[in-house]
Design a protein around this ligand. Structure first.
Ligand code: ISE
Length: 334
């Protein structure tokens, strides 16, 4: 039977999640779409024929036809809706970040612990991207030896007008914080943020270079460039003791023409991570039957936000900041 999903937020990502569920995912259907702007909710709901458009997120969560919820509303609303879903016993795929502050993430972890089971999966979709999954699988084979360095590039074509300098850390770098922990299988011990020479008036310090050191000693560098201009470009290279793994460009066709070879970049993350978003949603739907969550947990969401908070501090004080995490609760350590 198809699982009834309610989507909260019908902006860029919310509307894309509605489309993905309606067109690309098996055994699920969108039953309701919520947005404060009813016209926007209606426009997204038309993609999923038969879905209701509503403006009250709490009514959507309480709706008996809604068996699971996708939260894709603005970051600052995530914690309230996630807590309401936990209180209603409904599984959630929550867009990243889980919440803007680690204190809010901690309330979600406390609610899941009180319930005694995990209902939240955080949309760190790179864990489902073929480039990152191949890199992790190949590294796990072991013959490359230990990991020494991870180089990451995270470039956006143009930052939205409302994007602040700190959002480069709290909204963009959080992806590398999560994928680094997942790829290397360890925790981040410290973070430092170097400011590049600002290129445009819209972003005060763009690009940034984040340097993170893992507890086991590996160094991770991340270029976060919000206004790179030419397109959306995200990739990584893992340097190991006996070889390296470099992510291939995510293209289906390369052009050879007029004496040169080329491929094009998407303008934002949706085409670049289309496979990841699709696989993530299918894994979420499958996990509702198998009870085996595969994506980032609320604990992973908490850690990503906590490390980003340390990154904001490092940005402000211009020195490295040590990461102090509480012990991982038993619910998440299995
Ligand atoms: C955006 O919110 C995303 O999540 C994208 O994946 C990321 O690359 C971009 O930098 C963020 O602003």
């Amino acid at each position: 039977m198809n699982i009834g999903i309610g989507v909260i937020g019908a902006g860029v990502m919310g509307a894309d999640h509605v489309r993905i569920i309606a067109q690309e995912v098996a055994r699920a259907r969108v039953v309701a779409v919520c947005d404060q702007d009813l016209a926007r909710a209606q426009s997204a709901a038309t993609i999923a024929h038969g879905a209701r458009a509503v403006t009250d997120p709490l009514a959507l969560i309480a709706d008996k036809d809604v068996q699971a919820v996708v939260i894709a509303s603005p970051d600052a609303t995530h914690a309230d809706y996630a807590l309401a879903c936990i209180a209603a016993g409904k599984p959630v795929l929550c867009e990243k970040p889980l919440a803007p502050t680690s204190a809010e993430c901690a309330t979600i972890i406390a609610a899941e612990q009180a319930l005694g089971r995990r209902l939240i999966q955080v949309g760190y979709m790179r864990r489902f991207d073929p480039g990152y999954t191949d890199m992790r699988r190949r590294f796990a084979e072991g013959d490359l030896g230990g990991a020494l360095l991870l180089h990451c590039i995270h470039r956006n074509a143009v930052a939205p007008a409302w994007f602040s300098a700190l959002m480069a850390i709290t909204n963009a770098l959080v992806h590398e914080i999560d994928i680094t922990r997942w790829l290397l299988g360890g925790e981040i011990a410290s973070i430092q943020i170097l400011r590049g020479r600002a290129t445009r008036s819209s972003a005060a310090a763009d690009p940034l270079l984040a340097i993170m050191q893992m507890e086991s000693g590996q160094v991770v560098d991340v270029e976060v460039f919000m206004n790179a201009g030419y397109g959306y470009d995200v990739r990584a290279e893992l340097v190991c003791e006996k070889g390296t793994l470099t992510m291939a460009p995510p293209v289906h066709a390369e052009l050879r023409h007029n004496g040169s070879q080329s491929f094009s970049f998407a303008q934002d993350w949706r085409p670049r991570f289309a496979a990841a978003y699709r696989r993530q949603m299918q894994a979420f739907v499958d996990s509702l039957e198998t009870q085996q969550g595969m994506g980032a947990s609320a604990w992973d969401g908490f850690v990503a936000t906590a490390v980003a908070e340390a990154g904001v501090q490092a940005f402000e004080i211009r020195t490295p900041v040590k990461i102090e995490l509480p012990p991982i609760p038993r619910l998440y350590s299995a």
